[in-house]
Ligand binder design. Structure first.
Ligand code: C2E
Ligand code: C2E
Length: 179
């Protein structure tokens, strides 16, 4: 059956929330810009934009390999030696919690500087600045980043992320052989 037009418009306007992980600079700006213009989403409650500058000795492309957002709607891009993240529906007091879920190492060990925007007008203004940046300053991820799957078997608690043990069989016994 055909989806009613109002529902189709609603679904279309939520499209950016289905993206996750690295996005090219333009896609990132378009997606966050579209969310900011979406009047169906709560005012000043759409999420947090964070720009992180790596500690000396770490390139942003390397920092990106450590950035594994588990939640759909959390997107990241690279440019001007900054890693820029948009965390959908994250509230500002929860920023550190969300970053702990996204990076396997303490964020302070990877990044020395952070800038944060969380109101619609601030985020929209920063997106305007980002759109104005020359394409030469955009950075591309390392090839290996694209191949990294999100960490599936993990569990979070307040202090650390832990792997959830999964059962594996090292050697399968030949059929019919007594144990
Ligand atoms: P999703 O939002 O794309 O999140 C994918 C996975 O990221 C989750 O798998 C979970 O492992 C992790 N994750 C995302 N957000 C958080 C968070 O705020 N805290 C913690 N500790 N982990 C988080 P999971 O749990 O299997 O959930 C699968 C999907 O089910 C989620 O996809 C989401 O669509 C939905 N979901 C599960 N629990 C909730 C919830 O409490 N609220 C909402 N709105 N959706 C939920
Ligand atoms: P919230 O989205 O209101 O989620 C509140 C709590 O519901 C989370 O506490 C978690 O216990 C549970 N929850 C929400 N979504 C999921 C899910 O998909 N799977 C599972 N298993 N549990 C879920 P928590 O983890 O302490 O997070 C507190 C707040 O931190 C969240 O509030 C959200 O604002 C932010 N946050 C945490 N992780 C992420 C993330 O990966 N991405 C974003 N965008 N925000 C996150």
């Amino acid at each position: 059956r055909q989806v009613p037009q109002e529902i189709a418009i609603l679904l279309e306007s939520m499209q950016p929330l289905r993206l996750r992980g690295y996005q090219p600079w333009e896609t990132f700006c378009d997606s966050v810009g579209a969310l900011m213009n979406n009047t169906l989403l709560p005012k000043d409650g759409k999420g947090v934009l964070v720009a992180l500058r790596p500690v000396p000795g770490i390139r942003i492309e390397q920092a990106l390999t450590l950035c594994r957002p588990p939640r759909a709607g959390d997107i990241v891009t690279l440019g001007e030696n900054r890693l820029v993240l948009f965390l959908s529906f994250c509230r500002i007091p929860d920023l550190d919690t969300a970053l702990k879920h996204i990076f396997p190492l303490p964020v302070a060990d990877i990044f020395s500087n952070r800038m944060v925007w969380y109101e619609d007008a601030q985020i929209a203004a920063e997106i305007v600045q980002m759109r104005a940046m020359q394409p030469e300053k955009w950075s591309k991820p390392l090839k290996m980043t694209a191949d990294v799957a999100p960490v599936a078997s993990q569990r979070h608690d307040d202090n650390a992320r832990r792997r959830v043990p999964t059962l594996i069989t090292l050697l399968s016994e030949p059929e019919g052989e007594p144990r």
